[in-house]
Design a protein around this ligand. Structure first.
Ligand code: NAD
Ligand code: IPM
Ligand code: MN
Length: 358
């Protein structure tokens, strides 16, 4: 099979973890006799440096041409005081919108080998295997009006949280379809005791649920959900929520597994006639300026994102399983980075995974 992949490594540890993701991608493509057509592009801070904009038109063109895009992370401290529209992160928001990837799937799974790396007590981790379905192209991140206006005491910052029925319905169906292949339970998270957007969210989710009579639905307010995640994480199967709630709760969820560096993600939207998902694959973590350049970043989120790419965009389940199995084997062998209390480098972990794949 031909695999047309665009890589956007980005900034900070984004380049370091993407290098290992690509090492695994090349290795698996070779082993399973696929033709890999790999291009590399600019997004984020590096794109601002080289082209003056975080989301160059050329990158947009490349992304639309590729079957799948793998990304690192975006953000540099030198842009910390720049307005949102001029920041590296704007590139990320732009490409998500271009590709229409409205559902961001963030799996949180406890590995036996990492039970002591988790900040939670060991017994709470038994059976933790959930997936956060985060709405990705709507809500506060994109709503208008937005901006800062006025002066003095009247200076005002504005963002708008807005959702249409159609936006809620499509991500809800995505969550229910996923639940069908798992433990058949959806927990929808909202703030319907305060926000109108959440009231509409809950109403639409409830209306859609009968299309999936085999899936159990319940609801949690977001503040309680934040607590339940650390109190009893094994209770969850599929967690469905809007964009910003998903951003926040997925960082909380990630560390249950030992480190934010562990969490992969798949952002999917339209399905091609072949059934393949148009996909954007990225680890959940950021560019981590505090450890960038040291060669110690955990590449498993990036490598797990390659496994997700095989599964969702290319429908190559055997290849995806090979990557996931090899990741677990290296964890069991104690080949881990510092965040997981190991002493291997980013590159050593990537190479070990290729070796385990065989
Ligand atoms: P971060 O995720 O970059 O880092 C948070 C903490 O986790 C840091 O201590 C970091 O060292 C650690 N960490 C993150 N990834 C790790 C990995 N793979 N291995 C080991 N440790 C890891 O979040 P932040 O510090 O809040 O943000 C830094 C920059 O990254 C900001 O500019 C932010 O906007 C950006 N960011 C980008 C993305 C993305 O591109 N998807 C995601 C989150 C943050
Ligand atoms: C993430 C990141 C991004 C987000 C930022 C960098 C725009 O935190 O992917 O979780 O908030 O979506
Ligand atoms: Mn985030």
């Amino acid at each position: 099979m031909q695999l047309k992949v665009l890589a956007l490594p980005g900034d900070g540890i984004g380049t370091e973890v993407t290098a290992e993701g690509l090492r695994v991608l090349r290795h698996v493509a070779k082993k399973f006799n696929h033709e890999l057509v790999l291009t590399e592009g600019l997004l984020g801070g590096i794109a601002i440096h080289k082209t003056g904009t975080p989301y160059p038109a050329e990158t947009e063109r490349l992304a639309l041409e590729a079957d799948a895009t793998i990304m690192g992370a975006f953000g540099l401290p030198e842009f910390d005081n720049a307005p949102p529209a001029m920041r590296p992160e704007k590139g990320l928001l732009g490409i998500r919108k271009t590709l229409g990837v409205f559902a961001n799937l963030r799996p949180v799974k406890a590995y036996d080998a990492l039970i002591d790396a988790s900040p939670l007590k060991n017994h709470l981790l038994t059976g933790v295997d959930m997936i956060i379905v985060r709405e990705l192209t709507g809500g506060l991140y994109y709503g208008t009006p937005r901006g800062i206006s006025g002066e003095g005491d009247e200076e005002r910052g504005t963002n708008t949280m807005t959702y249409t029925r159609a936006e809620i319905a499509r991500v809800t169906r995505m969550a229910f379809n996923l639940a069908r292949k798992r433990k058949k339970k959806v927990t929808s998270v909202d703030k319907s005791n305060v926000l109108e957007t959440s009231q509409l969210w809950r109403k639409v989710v409830v209306e859609i649920a009968p299309e999936f009579p085999d899936v159990q639905l319940d609801h949690l307010l977001v503040d309680n959900a934040a607590m339940q995640l650390v109190l009893k994480p094994a209770q969850f199967d599929v967690l469905l929520m809007e964009n910003m709630f998903g951003d926040i709760l997925s960082d909380e969820g990630s560390v249950i597994t030992g480190s934010i560096g562990m969490l992969p993600s798949a952002s999917v939207g339209a399905q091609r006639p072949s059934g393949a998902w148009v996909g954007l694959y990225e680890p959940v973590h950021g560019s981590a300026p505090d450890i960038a350049g040291k060669g110690i970043a955990n590449p498993l989120g990036a490598i797990g994102s390659i496994a997700a790419m095989f599964e969702y965009t290319f429908g190559l389940i055997e290849e995806a399983t090979a990557v996931n199995t090899a990741m677990e084997a290296t964890l069991n062998a104690g080949i881990t980075t510092k965040d997981l209390k190991g002493n291997s480098s980013t590159e050593q972990v990537g190479r070990a995974i290729c070796e385990a794949i065989g």
